[in-house]
Design a protein around this ligand. Structure first.
Ligand SMILES: Cc1cc2nc3c(=O)[nH]c(=O)nc-3n(C[C@H](O)[C@H](O)[C@H](O)COP(=O)(O)OP(=O)(O)OC[C@H]3O[C@@H](n4cnc5c(N)ncnc54)[C@H](O)[C@@H]3O)c2cc1C
Length: 465
């Protein structure tokens, strides 16, 4: 029997690729298009439902380290991201369609992977030789959600996230915005394969809308009095802290946005030679360069009011919205109560959970959990030992966090250096950036040792069988 994987999103596709790359047959179940979700728009595997960014891509940044580890572990998601890369400063952002198409093609063309387009309503039986991975994401279908509640007990939770609006490029007033990357950190032309595409000839990867103090004050007043789509009492809703709607942030204080998504630091307006009072960054959202998203501007303001308020931003007075910001559901289990750091369900080790519903947050983290679940499911099926990634790697630290955080207050987490063990006291350089680089160096060394050890375990398992 093959490894069965339910859910053809980022985690499921990565898991399928990893297992199949180790010679294990895989059946991948994806319910779209037979049964759509409230948010996915296509029938492609690994569709990115919101931002086109995989976030930072440098080793002084924890998600940059996680990505580098995934590359070294042969990640399909990372390969597809490189192939569909668009300019985004120090971040890795992609053309969504090309990305999903690349993953879909690679998975469909793999001779050991069979894709079945159907909704899985019950968790299939699993055994050592026939493990199952559930990776059905934040929008897990209702029938399967009920099954999961039965399996994991009462620790099945949900809360809400909110997503950013996208505007049509030709409707941005270029005379008011300026092109720049924060601190001039552009990756343009610096990718291993050269630039994935070119937008304008200008310098910098972001279009920046500068606001004077008066403009900011007017925008702020309009924002905090705008009509919210669903929520008036912010305290009653549970948002993920890294993805707060702008109006929720604004309610925390008049200047909160100027230290968050509207922070002007590192953005010199060439017309004044100074940083503006506040700035909104627009990031190219597709290869054609005709869509730009408002960075960090996830919101749940009603669409009519949303257009009115966002058009107060200089440069967006005539903006046409390709997509408005909105609120969405997010389903996940209480990781520490349910999972081991191998992504196996503690009470049923032949069953794995991966991706967002396992209690991680974000595209990269979801794919990373799928990567390890796929490796371990393949090992189980081949009679090899299941292993945890080293604790000092980003991929291992994420697994450790999900399986060992306090279950009483569990919140899904993005990868951060804070969940890696610190460098030993007194060792390591001074300064945050250099310390982060030292953590990355240690992680990549540990990762290599782990990869080598797994390879020799696999060889000895084969020679004993
Ligand atoms: C509206 C929205 C916006 C988001 N925005 C961002 C963002 O900007 N950045 C970010 O990093 N993360 C974002 N997230 C989180 C994002 O979903 C995850 O980071 C990532 O997609 C999770 O990958 P996954 O593989 O776990 O789930 P998914 O990519 O959602 O894949 C799960 C797959 O399982 C399928 N499925 C569900 N139930 C069944 C079933 N019963 N049988 C068969 N197939 C099934 C679904 O159709 C889907 O294809 C957002 C989530 C939502 C819902």
């Amino acid at each position: 029997m093959p490894v069965r994987i339910i859910g053809g999103g980022l985690a499921g596709c990565e898991a399928a690729w990893q297992a199949a790359s180790r010679g294990v047959a895989v059946t991948l179940y994806e319910m779209r298009p037979v049964r759509p979700t409230a948010v996915h728009k296509t029938d492609r595997l690994a569709e990115l439902v919101c931002s086109n960014s995989f976030r930072g891509d440098k080793l002084d940044n924890a998600v940059g380290l996680l990505k580098e580890e995934m590359r070294r572990l042969g990640s399909l998601v990372m390969r597809a991201a490189e192939e569909s890369r668009v300019p985004a400063g120090a971040a890795l952002a992609v053309d969504r369609e090309r990305f999903a198409e690349t993953v879909t093609r690679a998975v469909s063309d793999h001779p050991l992977i069979t894709i079945l387009r159907e909704e899985v309503r019950t968790i299939p039986p699993s055994s050592d030789r026939d493990p199952v991975i559930v990776a059905t994401g934040p929008l897990t279908s209702e029938a399967l959600s009920s099954e999961l509640i039965r399996l994991v007990g009462g620790d099945h939770l949900y809360f809400y996230d909110a997503i950013s609006p996208i505007v049509l490029a030709e409707t941005i007033d270029r005379s008011k915005v300026f092109r720049a990357s924060r601190w001039g950190r552009s990756l343009r032309g610096a990718t291993p394969t050269g630039p994935a595409c070119a937008v304008d000839d200008g310098e910098g990867d972001y279009l920046n809308c500068p606001l004077t103090r008066d403009e900011y004050e007017r925008f702020y007043d309009a924002l905090v009095t705008a009509e919210s789509a669903t929520v008036h009492d912010f305290d009653k809703e549970r948002f993920f802290e890294g993805c707060l709607p702008i109006e929720v942030m604004a309610h925390r204080g008049r200047d909160t946005l100027r230290f968050g998504p509207m922070k002007p630091v590192g953005l010199l307006d060439p017309r004044t030679g100074r940083e503006p009072y506040a700035a909104v960054q627009l990031r190219q959202d597709n290869l054609a360069g005709d869509h730009f998203s408002l960075v960090g501007f996830q919101t749940q303001i009603k669409w009519g009011d949303q257009a009115r308020v966002l058009r107060m931003i200089p440069g967006l007075e005539q903006a046409e919205f390709v997509r408005f910001g909105m609120v969405h559901r997010n389903t996940y289990v209480n990781g520490p109560a349910v999972l081991a750091d191998t992504w196996q369900v503690r009470s049923k080790p032949t069953l794995f959970l991966a991706g967002q519903m396992s209690g991680v947050e974000g595209y990269v983290e979801s794919a990373a959990s799928g990567l390890l679940a796929g490796l371990n499911a393949a090992a189980l099926s081949r009679g090899e030992p299941v292993t945890s990634a080293p604790r000092a790697t980003a991929i291992g630290a994420l697994a450790y966090y999900v399986s060992h955080a306090n279950p009483a207050h569990y919140e899904p987490s993005n990868i951060t250096f804070g969940i890696l063990p610190p460098l030993s006291q007194g060792s390591g350089p001074k300064g945050k950036k250099l310390r982060n680089l030292a953590l990355s160096e240690r992680a990549l060394r540990d990762l290599q040792e782990w990869v080598d050890a797994r390879a020799s375990q696999a060889v000895s398992a084969v020679s004993q069988s």
